[in-house]
Design a protein around this ligand. Sequence first.
Ligand code: AMP
Ligand code: GLY
Length: 430
Amino acid sequence: MKVLVIGGGGREHALAWKLGQSPKVQAVYVAPGNGGTAQDARLENIALTDVTALRVWAQDNKIALTVVGPEQPLAAGVVDEFRNHGLRIFGPTKAAAQLESSKAFSKAFMQRHGIPTAEYETFTDAAMAHAYVDRKGAPIVVKADGLAAGKGVVVAMSLAEAHEAIDFMLLDNKLGVAHNEGGARVVIEEFLQGEEASFIVLCDGKNVAALATSQDHKRLLDGDQGPNTGGMGAYSPAPVVTPEVHARAMREIILPTIKGMEKDGIPFTGFLYAGLMIDAQGHPKTLEFNCRMGDPETQPIMMRMKSDLVDLLWAATETGPHGRLDDFELEWDRHVALGVVMAAHGYPMSPRKGDAITGLPKNTEQAVVFHAGTVPTEGGGVATSGGRVLCVTVLAESVKAAQQQANDIARGIHFDGAQYRHDIGHRAVK
Ligand code: AMP
Ligand code: GLY
């Protein structure tokens, strides 16, 4: 069959790479793809991003299955568009994607269905937001309501920072948030302490299949310092998700979410990503929902997946009242997978484009360099074209060994201004 991956980041490179390994797949198209998917002989880039154009192209080219990587096409209704024309696609509808695209929607949803999350209130009025923050005190967390590419959250350690964030988001929109209907809104919530993990499952509307656990590193610099980013590295499995935490997260967060969405008349299909904060007692709370795979979590997770991803997505898109995910047994490589993101000069505020990339190694079974913000150059090479450029991903016996091997590979890759962390996985290194 022919399959289509929508998106062009590291996550989509990893999904396409994994789909391409299935004996059932004749061709994998990536729209729009990147420099890495362009170079991979089993993958082909398609220069389309518009939802209608993608649907027409998929019909014309007899695409059997489509999977959506990023949040923007989901929020734009790509799943509705494909389904309305009888095309098989894995992802949430536009209505269901609000779990990610609106913090106000997802917080109200969690409150309504008793899903553990930080206490919060929503504001459109800056003066009221300022007064609330003064009443609650710091630390406190200010979140813009719309999609913000990982830049819409300010964890304010002081009242001054919280006030500044409110003005940034409600008055100036300096963070470039895509506002939802009704204009600028913020969610202000309680500061939670603990260790974070990414808990990602597939849903067919009713049943779920959990992927291997993972942990992401959101800060730019070693030691979890510097600004928040989309993610500077990730590894799988995440030891903080013990079997008890896993069972709790399923019972208290994931299953009530799927049931709640069904009850609210917007059944959830697609990847559901719960960002968890796990406290010292092992109680998980939901920091956020994403309605897609994580980037860079996908890269290590795909390296560890032994099951055929086509079979899994096929089961998850079986129509009918129940889907088929409950029958699916996922198999994982017992090794640790760890990915180190190499980001462009100036990331995250103003990433520079056009730096030539050299020293890329040949991929092996144990080490793959997934591309994100790269483009092919005329001489047959690649250059930077976005904030996060590459994700060096390895499989190894331990987190420490994986970290060392990924760092060694990253050291051999060159582009001017490259930034990467050397301590990915540090919480799991004993
Ligand atoms: P979000 O996009 O909502 O996951 O927020 C981005 C990051 O901000 C999270 O990964 C956390 O590191 C941090 N964060 C968000 N909400 C909270 C909270 N309530 N308490 C502490 N940290 C938070
Ligand atoms: N790595 C965090 C995310 O994909 O949202």
